[in-house]
Design a protein around this ligand. Structure first.
Ligand SMILES: *Cc1c(COP(=O)(O)O)cnc(C)c1O
Length: 219
């Protein structure tokens, strides 16, 4: 078995979805996995995502996993399958606006800040809950909230990473019970990358985002 087949088998067995993170990688590398059956690919830059979407098969489900500028939402809104980086109110508002323009719903994950590092994007849970308490959920009717996303601190300390993943799972459980109990497809916990996906799955991840392990290191 090759690397993809091994990971794919692991995902199937663990009941986890695999987002193949193809950022910086050429279309030929994407097609290699596509030909083996992979359909979900993740990108973190709008322009690159747009070019790949235009050039590659139309049944690819494109996931936007990176920081998203408000003024760029319009480019991906017609086709993006899921946005993992729903991490501020102005962005949610814009995604909703563009979803309406395109007469569709857009699946969005609420990106939660779990890492200790200052640089990581994402909601502080209390702030998010206060927005949800104040009607943000119903204010953006064309957003389909699908769950949460988070990135652990970049460290070799497995216990720290594990505890951050556990924290994200706890935030998901809390949001689910308080705001999305009646919504069956608020079912996604996007956590785990090449170096930590096994820990993430132990903590309850339902979707892993794996790049370098599949495609080789990025330069
Ligand atoms: C690049 C990236 C990944 C994949 O990272 P690898 O370590 O290459 O697996 C996952 N999630 C996000 C948000 C990324 O930007």
């Amino acid at each position: 078995m090759n690397k993809y087949q091994i990971l794919e088998a692991f995902c199937k067995e663990s009941n986890v979805e695999l987002v193949a993170v193809s950022k910086t990688k050429p279309n030929s590398a994407i097609l290699e996995l596509y030909d083996q059956g992979q359909r979900i690919f993740g990108e973190n830059r709008v322009q690159e995502l747009d070019e790949k979407h235009k050039a590659l098969p139309k049944d690819i489900a494109w996931h936007m996993i990176g920081h998203l500028q408000t003024n760029k939402v319009k480019y991906i809104a017609p086709y993006v399958n899921m946005i993992h980086s729903g991490e501020r109110k102005s962005l949610l508002k814009e995604i909703n606006k563009e979803a309406i323009k395109n007469e569709r719903f857009i699946d969005v994950l609420l990106q939660i800040k779990i890492a200790k590092e200052e640089s990581k994007f994402g909601w502080n849970t209390e702030e998010l809950m206060s927005l949800l308490d104040n009607g943000t959920k119903t204010a953006y009717p064309n957003i389909n909230y699908r769950g949460v996303m988070g990135m652990a601190t970049f460290t070799d300390d497995k216990e720290q990473v594990k505890s951050e993943f556990d924290q994200l799972k706890a935030v998901y459980d809390l949001l689910k019970s308080k705001y999305f109990e009646d919504q069956i497809d608020f079912d996604t916990i996007s956590m785990g990358m090449s170096g930590d996906y096994k820990l993430a799955v132990e903590s309850g991840s339902t979707m892993i985002r794996v790049g370098s392990l599949l495609f080789g290191a990025r330069s």
